[in-house]
Design a protein around this ligand. Sequence first.
Ligand code: HEC
Length: 108
Amino acid sequence: MKRQYLVLAAGLLVAGGAHAALDNTTAEAMMKKDGCAACHTIDKKLVGPPYMEVSAKYKGDAGAVAKLVDKVKKGGVGVWGQIPMPPNAQVPEADIKDLVTWILTLKK
Ligand code: HEC
């Protein structure tokens, strides 16, 4: 049953281009599909910073969504260290927006 709801939710997101905040399960599935999971987790440092730390860093920054969507699309380096994030040009912009919006809702 749970699984059916998930599939339905994912379908609605794709069909409607909705930008409601994702729940963690949907977001983690999207992280895997879009390749983010190779370098990021919610709470542990892998290649990139844990998403909880990202959320804490940009707390209260009204421009954070736009800035981070751009960064994820084009890649970049120097905010978290000397390891670069490569461009994620193959990932749909709607996915990046949904993921960044969700990342910024995470709390430590
Ligand atoms: C090959 C590894 C890799 C992949 C794949 C990757 N990232 Fe990253 N990510 C990084 C690294 C390394 C950084 C730190 C960059 C820096 O220090 O400026 C980072 C930083 C970030 C940040 C914070 C940027 C900032 O300037 O504070 C966000 C948000 C982010 N990644 C989201 C994503 C999302 C969403 C995806 C999937 C679409 C993704 N990343 C895919 C390695 C990766």
